[in-house]
Design a protein. Structure first.
Length: 444
């Protein structure tokens, strides 16, 4: 609503004075009977355009309210009583237009339509009084401009209030959104900075552990290589042992064969000694009989006297030979007994040798089998040692890559930490900018 000084300025600028007010009052009885019809024609006109149809066609109550308000407004204007009630009504109509979004081009056009129709009424009434018609038209035009000025100002004030409220709503929404974003951003920057610190610490720890693992793996790789070399030497030793065991087995087999052959020979010798013993016994029997015959011959020779002396000599010789034969056969018997005893011992010894050689052969076979299994196991160990050596080499390379990755991770963590600080700093700057931007409403 216009203040008193502003109203006076408007009145002076538009030329509304006491004469104009008197003229307007005199026109009320002339124009009032036509106002409802003029306003109705105006609404029929605005219903012919899409904007008017969309605004008032679907809201007949609003249209009726505006019609009545327009008639009352013109009556109040023609009464020329420009008091607070008049300005309140004019402003209320402007506020209503703003509320229903009835743009100024339409209500200004409506004002022109109504003024022209009023001028038609006045022209018909003052047809022969040109001066009175001029005063009447001038007064109506000044009144229309005053009402249009007040109503447009009210409309613009209402739209500005709506715009200000909308800006304030947007600002509050923007402030809430930005503050939420800033809160999340600050928290995210804190979390990011914390995570970056943890990541850097973990990267350092990983790097340290990876270095330790690399050293351990290198040592393990060296040990595996040493095992592989020792295993290779062991394979050579086992191969030599296998060769020697095979050779020993062959010798044992030969010894067993020779012992078997010797055992057979000794057995033949024992049998020959036994047969010789039998022959000696026969010889001894013959010698005994010969001795007995010689003794008988000697006795007979003695009986024969001188005639038997020669025969006695022969008998004595035969007796001597028989005695020698008996002694010789006794010696032979003793030798044969010794041979038989030695042969028996030899046979027992050969059996023992054969048994020992058989056992040795069995042990050699067992050793050969064990050596063969050991050689196979050693070959597998050697192969696995080589594979382990290659694997540990790969592990060393992988650990080296882990160390490099840990170093890069640490550098990235440092960069992330720095970026988090930048984000926090930018968030604070944005918060300050929002604080500066937010007061769109000076009265807030």
């Amino acid at each position: 609503m216009l203040a008193g000084e502003a109203q006076d300025l408007r009145f002076r600028f538009l030329g509304i004075d006491a004469k104009t007010c008197a003229t307007l009052r005199s026109l009320l009885p002339i124009v009032q009977p036509h106002l409802e019809g003029i306003i109705e024609d105006y609404f029929q006109k605005i219903l012919s355009v899409p904007a008017g149809k969309a605004t008032f066609g679907a809201n007949p109550e609003t249209a009726q309210q505006i019609k009545k308000g327009a008639v009352d407004s013109w009556v109040a204007q023609l009464q020329a009583n420009f008091d607070a009630a008049y300005f309140k009504k004019a402003c209320a109509l402007g506020h209503m237009f703003a509320k229903i979004k009835w743009e100024p081009r339409w209500f200004m056009g409506g004002k022109v339509f109504v003024v022209n129709r009023i001028i038609e009424v006045l022209t018909a009434h003052f047809r022969w009084r040109r001066e009175a018609l001029t005063d009447a038209v001038t007064a109506v035009n000044r009144l229309a401009m005053l009402d249009l000025d007040v109503m447009t100002t009210a409309y613009l004030d209402a739209m500005e209030e709506k715009a200000r409220a909308r800006r304030l709503q947007i600002a509050e929404s923007f402030e809430g959104l930005v503050r939420g974003v800033l809160t999340g951003l600050r928290q995210a920057s804190v979390d990011l900075e914390t995570s970056a610190g943890s990541m850097a610490a973990l990267a350092d720890q990983t790097n340290s552990q990876a270095v330790s693992v690399a050293d351990a793996v290198r040592q393990a790789s060296a040990n595996v290589k040493n095992v592989a070399q020792a295993t290779d030497k062991l394979r050579g030793s086992i191969a030599d042992i296998a060769e020697r065991v095979t050779h020993s087995t062959e010798i044992a087999h030969k010894g067993a064969a020779a012992a078997e052959e010797t055992s057979g020979t000794v057995q033949v010798l024992a049998e020959a000694a036994h047969r010789i013993g039998e022959v000696v016994q026969l010889i001894q029997s013959i010698a005994a009989q010969t001795n007995l015959l010689a003794l008988n011959a000697t006795i007979e020779a003695a009986r024969a006297g001188d005639a038997g002396k020669g025969f006695a000599v022969v008998a004595g010789e035969v007796k001597n030979l028989a005695a020698q034969t008996a002694r010789a056969t006794e010696d032979i018997t003793q030798q044969i007994n010794a041979i038989q005893s030695a042969t028996a011992e030899t046979v027992r010894a050969m059996h023992t040798i054969n048994s020992t050689i058989s056992e040795l052969t069995s042990i050699s076979g067992t050793i050969a089998t064990a050596v063969q299994h050991q050689e196979t196991a050693t070959a597998e160990i050697a192969h696995n040692s080589l594979v382990a050596a290659e694997t540990t080499s790969d592990v060393v390379r992988t650990v080296g890559q882990v160390i490099d990755a840990a170093g890069e991770t640490g550098q990235s963590a440092v960069r992330v930490h720095g970026n988090a600080q930048v984000v926090a700093r930018d968030g604070s700057a944005l918060d300050g900018a929002v604080q500066t931007f937010y007061p769109l409403d000076p009265g807030r």
